[in-house]
Design a protein. Structure first.
Length: 260
């Protein structure tokens, strides 16, 4: 957990909450394992999805990422009726059937964009997943079996929690994730450099002033990571031993996209 915090310094409160849940789990019988759903709310591009992915990787757990805003029907989660020729099980069934653990991590991205139309709403299914009793008997329509999904770790993200259904909010531990400050951006960028060194098996000379200047650019983390990857790739392409970001191109891209 400390390693995770060093990689995501702006997620301190959420990581603390996860630690509390793990402490409860460690003191409980396996059959009583329960992880309260977590909602990470914050502006786009601050690392919410990347945080969930790394959390799953560090836990060594199966991971499923679903964009809730793109869900048009609950069949994605519960499967389609066996009466249909193209019947197929839902993603929740597949998550457990293809894994070797009764625990898995489900990320529901952008729950503030869930379709509000009651005819196609997936809200009842989501609420069943978040409730301890109903999640113990979560039914996949295609397979006709009840799953014990009560050990599922559910993480959700949103950009504006005010647009989320109140029933969904009431079942979640809510954490406001702030934009990383300059010092945190520096720490995040240094971690990215280490990852690129490991990935490419090449260690470039990186002057602190370069990281400082990159961290100070008015870009979100996604754009910042792209800029660093581009700079690293360009240095390798030109067989340079020193990281040399193409400042003119980075500045041109920043202006064309309009990052604030």
């Amino acid at each position: 957990m400390k390693k995770l915090e060093s990689h995501f310094p702006n997620f301190t409160q959420a990581i603390s909450g996860i630690g509390e849940e793990l402490a409860l789990a460690a003191a409980s019988r396996p059959s009583d394992f329960r992880f309260s759903p977590l909602l990470l709310n914050g502006v786009p591009g601050i690392g919410k999805t990347a945080f969930a992915q790394e959390l799953a990787a560090r836990f060594g757990l199966p991971f499923l990422n679903i964009n809730a805003g793109n869900l048009q029907h609950a069949a994605t989660l519960v499967g389609t009726s066996s009466h249909w020729t193209n019947a197929a099980p839902g993603d929740i069934f597949n998550l457990f059937a293809n894994g070797d653990s009764a625990v898995a991590i489900l990320l529901l991205d952008e729950v503030d964009k869930v379709n509000p139309d009651p005819e196609y709403s997936i809200l009842p299914v989501l609420l069943d997943l978040l409730e301890p009793e109903t999640s113990r008997h979560f039914k996949d329509i295609s397979m006709g079996v009840n799953l014990d999904a009560s050990h599922l770790i559910v993480l959700m993200t949103s950009n504006q929690s005010g647009f989320i259904d109140k029933a969904l909010l009431s079942r979640s531990r809510i954490y406001e994730v702030q934009k990383p400050d300059w010092a945190q951006r520096m720490a995040i960028m240094n971690r990215w450099v280490e990852a690129l060194e490991k990935q490419t098996r090449t260690k470039l000379e990186v002057e602190p002033a370069v990281i400082q200047r990159l961290a100070g650019l008015p870009m979100d983390l996604r754009a910042l990571q792209r800029a660093l990857r581009s700079a690293y790739g360009r240095s390798l392409l030109e067989k340079s031993d020193v990281l040399q970001p193409p400042w003119n191109r980075i500045e041109q891209q920043r202006r064309s996209v309009g990052f604030m």
